[in-house]
Design a binder for this molecule. Sequence first.
Ligand SMILES: [Zn+2]
Length: 257
Amino acid sequence: MGGRGAHSSMEASKKSAKFEWTRERETKKKYSIEYPIGEENKMMYNDTIGNLASIFPILEIKDIVPITVISKTVAGVAMMGVTSSLDPQTGNTIIEPIMGLAFNKEVFKTKESLEETIKRNFDLKHLAASNTNAIVVHEIAHILDFQLSIKQNLNISLTEFLKPTSFANATEAESRQGKLRNAIARGKRFSDSFPEALRSEMNINASELQNMVSEYSKKSPAEFFAESFAKWYCSSNKNGEFERAFYKILRERINKL
Ligand SMILES: [Zn+2]
């Protein structure tokens, strides 16, 4: 990204492209397979998923049944990984990718509990939007990022990616697992070059752009993408400067895949 300082007087006037990321170490989360969305929030949840899947056909999300994340501080989480297990019958190694959504049951229990959490997080600038579906949209944006990364790095659909494969040879299984993990790894994701592309399109400083989105967007390029996506999707003014630039860059990048 040409971050070697000003090369010429022309360059000196360019807006600062340097993004600072505050990335924290991931803490281990606990899950249960309980359906987390309360009766009052079901329509919001299904409508948001249906609408986003119609705007972004690559988003194969309708079959993902959300589960519960057990945590006092986490409202929602998008999960992905590639597991390996031994088939006790054949002794073969089974490689199986997982991708899913988990939400805090207490937070999503009623409209009131959800809106209270969203308002609190929006006021703290931990969320880029205050709409009732802001958390759901943020997590779906991570799933979109994973799917676009799979398309970008392996040129396959989510259905193909998620298909378990059985290997008699453990080395071959390991190599397959590594290849799949790589496709969604940090540093190789669709979202990695997104912040700089958006900054350059808007011609503002990296820090100005991060402040415009949210505090949470400063964590990593992936969180920046999810927060920017939520800000754009939840905005009532799709013609705003940020909204137009965000959608333009996203569309251009999807079309190139
Ligand atoms: Zn996130």
